[in-house]
Design a protein around this ligand. Structure first.
Ligand code: PEP
Ligand code: MN
Length: 263
């Protein structure tokens, strides 16, 4: 169902009034984690003004250490909903369990399946049954075929609203948090009709590399970007070093303009 051979035309996935697919460049931006009502509201207003059409923010955080901040859960989802409505942005939040999914569908416009859950097949089947738009991130060490099979799990349950997100993979290289596999973009474009988003924030872990790789992602054919933005990156409870300030993000969006027109 995800294979381009049987569906040669590229798909457009709609999330409310936002389209993700050919001819559009969808920018999803926001904090790694929802930390407070003010933090998400302020970020929503800033990213909207800069040109984003979707607000991201984690309410359930899959942290490497169990002692790190785990997220505000349902309260965080409510803050996302309020900020999305106030700024006129569609919202996307990660779910880490079937329980979280059942709650999140009441609050957000799009569900994110994170890298750590790419092969959580029970979760994929449940998200497939809901029909809600879903962004499936590439697993930490997943091949393109494993990733497409994971997408197939969702579509096979009747939910065709799937977008893929390249977020970097594990390699021997330690200069960046992960290695952004930009070749995955044209490879996916050859193999599947599903839209492809690139997340240079989690791929690099370094603020300074986010802008150049955003431009490269668009040049490679990505349909959109997911970028972490925080009102005060040095105060962030997670992923501060890779988060852009409002000013950085605005500048990036201004610089992307000529690239976006190439699409
Ligand atoms: C995220 O987007 O918040 C996240 C945890 O990303 P990933 O699953 O790609 O690590
Ligand atoms: Mn993050």
């Amino acid at each position: 169902l995800t294979n381009k051979k049987f569906h040669p035309e590229d798909s457009t996935i709609t999330v409310g009034n936002v389209s993700i697919g050919p001819g559009t460049l969808t920018i999803m931006a926001g904090p790694c984690a929802v930390e407070s009502a003010d933090q998400v509201m302020e970020t929503a207003m800033a990213v909207k003004k800069a040109g984003a059409s979707m607000l991201r923010g984690g309410a359930y955080k899959p942290r490497t250490s169990p002692y790190s901040f785990q997220g505000l859960e349902e309260t965080g989802l409510q803050y996302m909903k309020d900020a999305g409505e106030a700024a006129d942005l569609r919202t996307i939040c990660e779910v880490t369990s079937i329980h979280a999914l059942e709650i999140a569908v009441k609050y957000v416009d799009m569900i994110q399946i994170g890298a750590r859950n790419m092969q959580n097949f029970e979760l994929l089947k449940e998200v497939g049954k809901t029909g809600i738009p879903v962004m499936l991130k590439r697993g930490l060490s997943a091949t393109v075929d494993e990733w497409l099979n994971a997408a197939e799990y969702i579509v096979a349950e009747g939910n065709a609203n799937v977008v893929l997100c390249e977020r970097g993979i594990r390699t021997f290289e330690k200069a960046t948090r992960n290695t952004l596999d930009l070749s995955a973009v044209p490879v996916l474009k050859a193999k599947t009709h599903l839209p492809v988003i690139v997340d240079p924030s989690h791929a690099t872990g370094v603020r300074a590399y986010v802008a150049p790789l955003s431009k490269a992602a668009i040049a490679a054919g990505a349909d959109g970007l997911m970028i972490e933005v925080h009102p005060c990156p040095e105060c962030a409870l997670s992923d501060g070093p890779q988060s852009l300030t409002f000013e950085d993000f605005e500048q990036l969006c201004d610089n992307l303009d000529p690239y976006a027109k190439l699409a």
